[in-house]
Design a binder for this molecule. Structure first.
Ligand SMILES: Nc1ncnc2c1ncn2[C@@H]1O[C@H](COP(=O)(O)OP(=O)(O)OP(=O)(O)O)[C@@H](O)[C@H]1O
Ligand SMILES: [Mg+2]
Length: 254
C-alpha cells in the first residue's frame, strides 16, 4: 500500500518547506525512493530538494494536443504519454521528482487529463510513499494528482485569515471529492519555545500539529532555496518529522 500525503494551504505559509523536509525525512528513514510531486505551477519543490525539474506534465500535455496524430504510429497515445512522463521523472537523492507545471488553458483537455490520471494512479502505486505539494489557495487543490491521500496537511500561520482559509480548504477538499482519509491542520511559524499547536482540535480536522519557526530555515533561505542542509535537530524539521511519522504510523494501523 502506498502512503500518500498532500500539502495545501494559503500562500507563503511554509507548504513547500514542509513537503521538501517530509520527502527528505521519509526517504532517509525508510531508505526507499519517495515520489515527490510538485503540483504548483509556480514550481519550486525541486529547488528545495536541489533537483532540477524535468519537463513538466503541462508541457507534455500541450505537446500531445499539438501533435495530435503525429505521434509514432506504432504507439497508442496512452503509451506515448506514459513514455514521455517516464522521461520527465527526475531522479534525486532518495526520491523521484515529478513536476506538474502549468494548468490547462482553454480548450478540451478531458481526454488527455483522463490519460494523465490513469498514468499517475499507476505511477503512484509503484512507490511506497508519495508526497504532493499543492499550489496556494483552495480552488487549485490538485484533482490531477492522487485523489485519495492518506492525509491532507493544511498549513496555516497564526493569523485568523490563514486559519479560516485552512478550514475552507478542508471543506472544499470534501466537496471536490478529494477523499483524504485524515485531515490535519498544521500551525506553522510558531514561537521557538511553544510546546505544540495553539489548539488541540479544530473543526473539520482530525488532528492539529505545530511547526516552530526556525532560524536556520529563515537564514538559509536568503542564500538558497534548498532544505537539504537543514540539520536534523532543527526545531521545524523535528516538528515536521513528528507530524509525518505520527500519520505514517496511523496509516500502518489501517
Ligand atoms: N518553519 C519555518 N521557520 C522559518 N521560516 C520558514 C519556515 N517554513 C518556511 N519558512 C520560510 O517561509 C518562506 C515560505 O516558505 P514556503 O516556500 O515553504 O511556503 P509556501 O507555502 O510553499 O509558499 P507558496 O504559497 O509561495 O508556494 C520561505 O522563505 C521559507 O524559507
Ligand atoms: Mg510552495
Amino acid at each position: 500500500m502506498t502512503f500518500t500525503i498532500a500539502i495545501a494551504g494559503k500562500g507563503g505559509v511554509g507548504k513547500t518547506t514542509f513537503a521538501a523536509l517530509s520527502v527528505r525525512y521519509l526517504s532517509e528513514s525508510l531508505k526507499d525512493v519517495v515520489l515527490a510531486v510538485d503540483a504548483d505551477p509556480n514550481s519550486n519543490l525541486g529547488a528545495k530538494l536541489e533537483t532540477e525539474p524535468g519537463r513538466t506534465l503541462g508541457d507534455i500535455r500541450e505537446e500531445l494536443l499539438r501533435k495530435g496524430d503525429e505521434i509514432p504510429k506504432d504507439m497508442s497515445k496512452q503509451e506515448y504519454l506514459d513514455y514521455q512522463i517516464r522521461l520527465a521523472v527526475k531522479e534525486g537523492k532518495g526520491f523521484d521528482l515529478l513536476t506538474m507545471g502549468r494548468q490547462e488553458g482553454p480548450g478540451c483537455y478531458c481526454y488527455v487529463n483522463n490519460m494523465l490520471r490513469t498514468f499517475l494512479d499507476a505511477l503512484s502505486t509503484r512507490y511506497a510513499t508519495v508526497v504532493i505539494d499543492n499550489e496556494a489557495g483552495m480552488e487549485h487543490l490538485s484533482r490531477r494528482t492522487t485523489r485519495s491521500p492518506d492525509v491532507l496537511f493544511v498549513v496555516c500561520d497564526r493569523s485568523k485569515a490563514s486559519q479560516d482559509a485552512a478550514k475552507r480548504i478542508a471543506a472544499l477538499a470534501d466537496e471536490m471529492g478529494i477523499k483524504a482519509r485524515r485531515k490535519a491542520i498544521v500551525f506553522s511559524m510558531l514561537d521557538p519555545d511553544s510546546k505544540g499547536p495553539p489548539a488541540e482540535s479544530v473543526d473539520g480536522f482530525d488532528v492539529a500539529y505545530g511547526i516552530r519557526s526556525s532560524g536556520a530555515i529563515m537564514s538559509m533561505s536568503s542564500k538558497t532555496e534548498s532544505v537539504m542542509e537543514i540539520p536534523r535537530t532543527d526545531p521545524a524539521f523535528s516538528d515536521i518529522v513528528k507530524a509525518v511519522e505520527s500519520e505514517r504510523k496511523a496509516s500502518l494501523k489501517r
